[in-house]
Design a protein. Structure first.
Length: 81
């Protein structure tokens, strides 16, 4: 339950057409969760392909065959100074 109420935000560099320079991977999500005291193996994060677009995505995390949860991942355009 705590995991589903934990939104993750990734500021990413994007071009004028909002295409990302890079992507958000399961490793990035695992590291962001670890920074918030949730230790999750990146192989437990169900991400068919890296996120390469701006927006909000729901990503499933499988803890076991019967237990899973979702986390909200927001990819936003990084503000440049």
């Amino acid at each position: 339950k705590r995991l589903t109420s934990l939104p993750l935000t990734f500021p990413m560099q994007a071009g004028e057409d909002d295409k990302l320079f890079g992507s958000v991977t399961s490793k990035d999500i695992a590291e962001a969760l670890a920074a918030k005291d949730f230790v999750v193996d990146k192989r437990k994060i169900v991400l068919e392909k890296p996120i390469k677009a701006l927006g909000t995505f729901t990503v499933q995390i499988k803890f076991s065959s019967e237990i899973s949860g979702n986390v909200t991942v927001s990819v936003v355009k990084e503000e440049t100074a």
